[in-house]
Structures are given as structure tokens and as C-alpha cells.
Design a protein around this ligand. Structure first.
Ligand code: ACO
Length: 379
């Protein structure tokens, strides 16, 4: 029996909990703006470094401002040896667990770890954006019995991610793909991980703690884990002709098709388009066009569900793109996290700037006023 009155919004669906200048989403039109700029313009014309600046400073940078941000990113591509040692100790964990632990460990070496001022939070966010790439790539090398690769100052952020992962200089097209992917993942309103990060910041805890919260929340298959699940699903389907049967059986069993549906979008996720065409081209170049064909068949057979507002989301084509770039499946969620650090940082800055403790209610539905019975009298 509940004793507290009040309307319940399970999953906080449709609830506004604060204002934000980070991103605008119109779910019915499939429109996404970062700080007022359309995601399509940013994906086609900008760079991840520029978008990071835009998110953290609120305006597009001049060349000089971009150079300053770029050099901060470059200066922080190394990791303290102690953090590399921790990565070695836990090398058999899932890369998201290693990322979460690595970020937590980095707070011990950050000179501003406890400084919650806006400027220090922004600086820490920039450092973490770089250092997180180093954690994920160092771990991937170490678990293969290889040594981490030092960053190459001639490469940009996305290029360094691929270089530090494989030890080989990426092709321009591969760097561009990763760059676009990081842009598309860098901010997305009050999604579960950003909200969780804000809850942590709202207790006036520090940025490292908030980013650790974000990483832990992103890990789940209903959020960041979808790209990994999409690729597994494509492997299960195996052939474009099997897509219809797969979709019908999955939905009849009450399960969900990964990479479809979104809490906010009731139209196609605007980020999906930038990966769809790139997945097709890359698939043909790599001699593996069937992944794209399987995904397109699935998209076709899911058309009837569009009247329920179920369309592809950003993760649908991301998995195929990563696979075609030769990236193993368990790195798909960490890649999402690497892109999202500027967004989490911005949202924590917003929280600190106008803080209120985030503390909703649950309506109690358990028993009331039970009699306490001593343990030796219980049956
Ligand atoms: N496949 C089949 N049916 C679906 C799907 C799907 N992927 N998504 C939603 N539905 C159905 C639900 O079963 C429900 O049907 P019903 O009304 O008959 O019960 C209806 O659509 C509405 O779904 P909700 O549960 O209200 O949607 P919600 O907002 O809670 O969930 C979510 C959104 C979690 C993303 C969901 O669509 C899902 O599980 N998708 C698959 C996982 C995925 O791709 N996640 C990535 C999201 S994007 C991101 O985090 C970057």
C-alpha cells in the first residue's frame, strides 16, 4: 500500500529536471543541435577538437583558441606509469571496467582533482578526453601482450586513437570516420549517463567521480551497449534474407531489436545518417558489403514499427563501422565513452554553475508497521 501521494513518472519519461544550453533535441523532427549548431553541419564540416571546444566554451573557436585546446589535448596523451600498472593488473576485465577504474585512478594524479571551479572542471574534462583514449588503447595493447604506443603529435585526436590502438598510422578516411563518430557521440542532452553524471555532480562531488558514474551508466546494453549488441545481432542474422524472420521472432518473444528505438526520438536519430553511408562505402572497400546489406534489410523489415516511433538510432550503423575498421566488439562502448567525455564535462559544469541536489522520490509500496519478531521466534 502506498502512503505518499504524487504522480509517478517511471524512468522519468518526459520529465524536465533543469534547463541546459548543451544540446537541443526535437525527437519528433529528428533534430539535434549542440550549443545551437546543427549536428549535420558539425558532422560534415567540423572536427572533434572543434566540437569539444564548442561544448566546453560555448562558441566555435578561433584558430588560436583551437590551437590552445589542441595543445592541451596533445600534452595529456600520456598516462602516469602507476595507472598503466593498474591497467596491467586488471587487463582481463571488460574494457569499460578498465576505463572506469583508470579514470578513477587518474584522480589520484590530477593536481586539480578536488577543485570544482568551472575553469578547473573544464581543464580536467580536456585532460580526461585525452587520457581516456590512452587508457582504452593502452589496455587493448597490454591485453594482447604488446606495449602501449606513444601518441603521434602529427595526428589529431581521432587519428591518435586509431594509431595508439593498432600501432599503425590510419588512412585519412579512417581518421575522418572516427572523427565523425566522436562528434556524433559527444553530447546528447539528459540521457541516462549524463543524468547520472549530473546526479553525482549535484552532490558537489568532483568531475572524476561524475565521469566514473557516466562510464558505469553508459555500459548497459540499453544505452551504450547497443552498438556491440547490433554487431552480434548482424552476425546471428548472417544473411539479409534472414532479417525478416529474425525481427519477427525477436519481437514475438518480447525482446528488442538492438539499434532501434530511442527514449527521445520518434523519427530517425539524425546521427544515424552520417554513419549509414560511411558504413556502406567502408564495407565495399573492405570487401565485406554483407554487414551493410543485413542492416539495410533489417531497417526495411522494421518499417511497420515506424508508426510506433521506432526508427534506427546512432548505434545501428556504428557497430558495423567499428567492425569494418577492425575494432573488436568489446571496444564499441568505450569508443562511445571517449566521444562523450566533453558532453559529461559540460553537463557537470552546468550543474555546478547553478547547483541543486538531484534527489527525486519513490512511492513506497511495501508493508507498514510490521511487528519485529526476535530471531529465535521466527518460523
Ligand atoms: N525493438 C522492438 N520494440 C521496441 C524497441 C526495439 N528496439 N524499442 C522500443 N520498442 C517498443 C517497446 O517494446 C514498446 O512497445 P509496447 O508499447 O508495445 O510495449 C514501445 O516500443 C515503446 O518502448 P519504450 O519501452 O517506451 O521505449 P523506451 O523509451 O523505454 O526505450 C530504448 C528506449 C531503451 C532505447 C529502447 O528503444 C530499446 O531498448 N532499444 C534497443 C536498445 C538500443 O538500441 N539502445 C540504444 C539507445 S541510443 C543510445 O543510448 C545512444
Amino acid at each position: 500500500m502506498g502512503t505518499e501521494a504524487g504522480e509517478i513518472h517511471r524512468g522519468l519519461k518526459g520529465v524536465y529536471f533543469d534547463t541546459s544550453e548543451a544540446s537541443f533535441i526535437d525527437g519528433s523532427l529528428g533534430k539535434l543541435l549542440y550549443r545551437g549548431y546543427n549536428i549535420h553541419d558539425l558532422a560534415e564540416q567540423s572536427t572533434f577538437e572543434e566540437v569539444t571546444y564548442l561544448l566546453l566554451y560555448g562558441h566555435l573557436p578561433t584558430e588560436r583558441e583551437l590551437e590552445t585546446l589542441d595543445s592541451s589535448l596533445r600534452d595529456n596523451r600520456g598516462l602516469p606509469e602507476e595507472v598503466v600498472d593498474i591497467i596491467r593488473l586488471i587487463k582481463n576485465c571488460h574494457p569499460m571496467d578498465v576505463l572506469r577504474t583508470g579514470i578513477s585512478a587518474l584522480s589520484a594524479f590530477d593536481p586539480e582533482a578536488e577543485d570544482k571551479s568551472i575553469d578547473a572542471t573544464r581543464r580536467k574534462g580536456i585532460r580526461l578526453t585525452s587520457q581516456a583514449v590512452s587508457i582504452v588503447t593502452a589496455h587493448h595493447r597490454i591485453r594482447q601482450g604488446l606495449e602501449p604506443v606513444n601518441a603521434d603529435p602529427s595526428l589529431n585526436h581521432a587519428g591518435n586513437f586509431l594509431y595508439m590502438l593498432t600501432g599503425q598510422k590510419p588512412m585519412d578516411q579512417e581518421t575522418n570516420l572516427m572523427d565523425v563518430d566522436f562528434i556524433l557521440h559527444s553530447e546528447h542532452g539528459s540521457n541516462a549517463s549524463a543524468f547520472a553524471a549530473r546526479v553525482t555532480a549535484s552532490t558537489l562531488s568532483d568531475l572524476h567521480s561524475a565521469v566514473v558514474t557516466g562510464v558505469g551508466t553508459l555500459k548497459g546494453p540499453l544505452h551504450g551497449g547497443a552498438a556491440e549488441s547490433v554487431m552480434k545481432m548482424a552476425q546471428d542474422i548472417g544473411d539479409p534474407a534472414n532479417a525478416e524472420n529474425y525481427a519477427r521472432t525477436t519481437i514475438e518473444n518480447g525482446e528488442r531489436i538492438m539499434g532501434f528505438g530511442h527514449r527521445v526520438y520518434r523519427a530517425e536519430d539524425p546521427r544515424a545518417r552520417h554513419l549509414r553511408e560511411r558504413a556502406r562505402v567502408l564495407g565495399e572497400q573492405k570487401g565485406e558489403p554483407h554487414w551493410f546489406q543485413i542492416l539495410m534489410s533489417l531497417q526495411e523489415v522494421m518499417k511497420p514499427y515506424q508508426n510506433k516511433g521506432i526508427y534506427v538510432n546512432v548505434d545501428f550503423f556504428a557497430g558495423a563501422v567499428y567492425h569494418l575498421l577492425g575494432i573488436p566488439e568489446d571496444l564499441f562502448i568505450p569508443i562511445f565513452a571517449l566521444g562523450r567525455i566533453p558532453g559529461w564535462t559540460l553537463q557537470c559544469m552546468e550543474q555546478y554553475e547553478n547547483n541543486v541536489l538531484i534527489r527525486p522520490l519513490t512511492q513506497y509500496t511495501g508493508e507498514m508497521d510490521l511487528e519485529y519478531i526476535a530471531i529465535d521466534k521466527r518460523e
